[in-house]
Design a protein around this ligand. Structure first.
Ligand code: ZN
Length: 125
């Protein structure tokens, strides 16, 4: 019971850390500088935020799955309600006009947190 509460608390901290764009290790240092560019190292714990060249290309995979998740189910729902074809075709463009920037932004942060969690588990085992 006590361990379950600790696990849920850690997940909440990680989610807040992702939403606030904080370091995956210390959850305190800001990942971003000047708004959108990712720092070379965490200013709080000195974690390397660019582990290898081209590291953030992997964020495109996250972006692909998030895009599919945010586009396909709404399109199926719109089709089920017999919405006009013009609206069906315009939906993805309108959707990404509003959330495209946030997707690009959060895909990199999600990728960094995912990589940190996986490599930490590999290093601990
Ligand atoms: Zn840090």
């Amino acid at each position: 019971m006590k361990a379950d509460l600790r696990i849920n608390k850690n997940k909440g901290i990680k989610l807040i850390s992702i939403l606030r764009a904080r370091c995956p290790a210390c959850h305190t240092g800001k990942i971003l500088e000047k708004g959108v560019s990712i720092r070379a190292r965490c200013p709080h714990c000195d974690l390397n935020l660019h582990p290898e060249p081209g590291f953030y290309l992997g964020a495109m995979v996250i972006g692909f799955f998030l895009t599919a998740f945010l586009t396909i189910p709404p399109l199926i729902a719109l089709k089920a309600y017999n919405v006009d074809l013009d609206i069906l075709l315009a939906f993805p463009f309108i959707e990404f006009f509003f959330i495209g920037t946030f997707l690009v932004f959060y895909c990199r942060i999600l990728w960094l947190h995912l990589e940190y969690q996986l490599t930490r588990k590999l290093n601990n085992s």
